[in-house]
Design a protein around this ligand. Structure first.
Ligand SMILES: Cc1cc2nc3c(=O)[nH]c(=O)nc-3n(C[C@H](O)[C@H](O)[C@H](O)COP(=O)(O)OP(=O)(O)OC[C@H]3O[C@@H](n4cnc5c(N)ncnc54)[C@H](O)[C@@H]3O)c2cc1C
Ligand code: FES
Length: 504
């Protein structure tokens, strides 16, 4: 197998990110923004521009969440979505969704130009392509939706891809970029305007009120008028987000093309299953093909290394690539009705806000969220307020999805508890992890390449489901709401904020 042994994100490996100290004493600011991904950084930047005294707090390092593991296409073409949005919300709202994302794309383009950011920002056409009858039928409906919404798409079957395509829906003027230098520049501007940044600062809880109180641990608090949870999964307890969001993982490989082979121009995503995403990178002399797909519910499904292998097999058969210098995977949240939740977390607390649920399209949606949240906080009208309002509820599709997703959580919770295990830690080979039994009790065990054994309590610290071993990334993943933990128990992805307990 030609995959690198450990997952590594190209974005995080190829550009510098400034480091900031953790919060060590209580602070009092106008706005506290939680989360150092594209949503949090862009929101903090915009609020500072509005003259708001703002602090950005993030667990781990800046850009170390999903944003550091994205594919970073900046497009309003979120695979197939407009036909579905018209059916669920009507023409007007589907059109607003398009416009909000289009404005986000224009915002990123403008910032890149304004600051002259060297971030491989390249305008390209985006395509959804079909290779089967089913895909073609879906594409036909999406084309009709584009016409109704006046989205200037075009049909083609002539793509520079090395495999046959039945038809494709193209959209001009979309873009790709390297998210790290772009976001680092926004952080630099934020700090220049007086913004405060704290890394390795896990917000354990938020006491919503006037003021809001963010609990950091060790008695430290961040007190603020407005709090914005851009933490991927909301930190706020109100809003029942655990029942209204589910996490989906997907995988990316970066490949070097054989000598002399040209990178194909354009960004592609398949209408057919399994989803395949294609884009290129041309950053500081590096030329790579990024290939993505293999989506599944986090913590569920087949052994995760199989997803990397499936992607590698496809990449090899289609592009003839065998050199994969980087591979990574991450998850993103999906809401009940597939529209992001952006706005006041509940009707009860007018000064606490959330932004989440981008269904793997957060470069535009996260930016759209920052623009909307800024307007809400400074008290400006915004025509997207109602569309993204997190407290909306629409019987179709919300009710059906609510039942499906929560029945699945209940099933995972019970199945995890009932699973009978016979393996013991001694039986694990090097670089192997599994759920084991010690002293009649279930535990998560991983033996690293040097032979050291890491034992953790396998009960997720969020709401008590049993975590599953992810052998592709060497993490413990929760099948209920998508929390991910390092093999030593540390939190990698929320909603959990507490590590898995170490067993000595
Ligand atoms: C494989 C894959 C490919 C994708 N490709 C694309 C693409 O091509 N185009 C596109 O538009 N989108 C894409 N996406 C989606 C996009 O990457 C995400 O929607 C986006 O990065 C989410 O950004 P965010 O700022 O909301 O979250 P994150 O980047 O996850 O940031 C959240 C931050 O909050 C911090 N945090 C969490 N909990 C706490 C806490 N309690 N206290 C303090 N801090 C906390 C985390 O450390 C993290 O830094 C992809 C997603 C995946 C999974
Ligand atoms: S993420 Fe909710 S129980 Fe694990």
């Amino acid at each position: 197998m030609s995959l690198p042994r450990f997952p590594e994100s190209y974005w995080l490996s190829s550009a510098d990110i400034p480091a900031f100290e953790p919060l060590k004493a209580s602070i009092d600011v106008e706005v506290a923004v939680i989360g150092g991904g594209i949503t949090g950084i862009t929101t903090a930047y915009l609020l500072a521009k509005e003259g708001k005294r703002t602090a950005l707090l993030t667990s781990g390092s800046l850009i170390g969440g999903t944003t550091g593991y994205t594919t970073a296409k900046i497009t309003v073409q979120h695979n197939l979505i407009y036909d579905e949005h018209i059916r669920h919300f009507g023409l007007e709202k589907a059109g607003l969704f398009y416009q909000a994302n289009n404005e986000a794309l224009a915002f990123i383009r403008k910032k890149v130009e304004e600051y002259g950011i060297d971030c491989d920002f390249t305008e390209e056409d985006a395509f959804v392509y079909a290779t089967t009858d089913v895909g073609e039928e879906l594409l036909r409906k999406e084309v009709a939706a584009y016409r109704e919404l006046n989205i200037p798409g075009y049909l083609t079957d002539d793509l520079p891809l090395p495999f046959p395509v039945r038809s494709a829906l193209g959209l001009r003027g979309q873009a790709r970029f390297h998210p790290v230098p772009y976001l680092v520049r926004l952080v630099t501007e934020f700090v220049r305007m007086g913004g405060q940044v704290y890394e390795d600062t896990m917000v354990e809880a938020v006491e919503e009120g006037s003021p809001n109180r963010l609990k950091i641990g060790g008695g430290i608090e961040a007190v603020c008028d407005d709090v914005v949870s851009c933490s991927h999964f909301p930190v706020l307890e109100s809003g029942l987000y655990f029942a209204r969001l589910h996490a989906e993982s997907s995988y990316v490989l970066a490949a070097r093309l054989p000598h002399g082979q040209e990178l194909p121009a354009g960004m592609y995503i398949s209408a057919d299953n399994p989803t395949r995403s294609i884009r290129t990178v041309t950053y500081k002399g590096e030329k790579l093909l990024l290939l993505g797909g293999e989506s599944h519910k986090t913590g569920q499904g087949v052994c995760t290394i199989k997803h990397y292998e499936a992607l590698e097999g496809w990449a090899n058969s289609v592009f003839g690539v065998t050199d994969f210098p980087y591979r990574w995977s991450t998850n993103d949240f999906v809401t009940l009705d597939k529209l992001p939740y952006i706005g006041q977390a509940t009707g009860r607390h007018p000064h606490s806000f959330v932004a989440t649920g981008y269904r793997k399209w957060g470069m535009t949606s996260g930016t759209a969220a920052a623009l909307l949240l800024t307007d809400l906080i400074v008290g400006r009208d915004n025509r997207y307020r109602e569309l993204f309002d997190p407290v909306r509820f629409q019987a179709d599709p919300d009710l059906k999805e609510l039942i499906v997703q929560n029945a699945d959580v209940a099933k995972q919770m019970i199945a995890g508890k009932l699973e009978w295990l016979t393996r013991k830690p001694d039986e694990l080979g090097r670089d192997e992890g599994a759920l084991v039994r010690i002293g009649g009790r279930k535990a998560g065990a991983y033996r690293d390449a040097e032979g050291e054994l890491f034992l953790v309590d396998s009960t997720c610290t969020h709401l008590g489901c049993e975590v599953e071993w992810n052998n592709g990334d060497r993490t413990w993943d929760c099948p209920c709401h998508g929390s991910r933990f390092h093999y030593d128990g540390g939190v990698l992805e929320g909603p959990a904020t507490e590590p898995l307990k170490r067993i000595e």
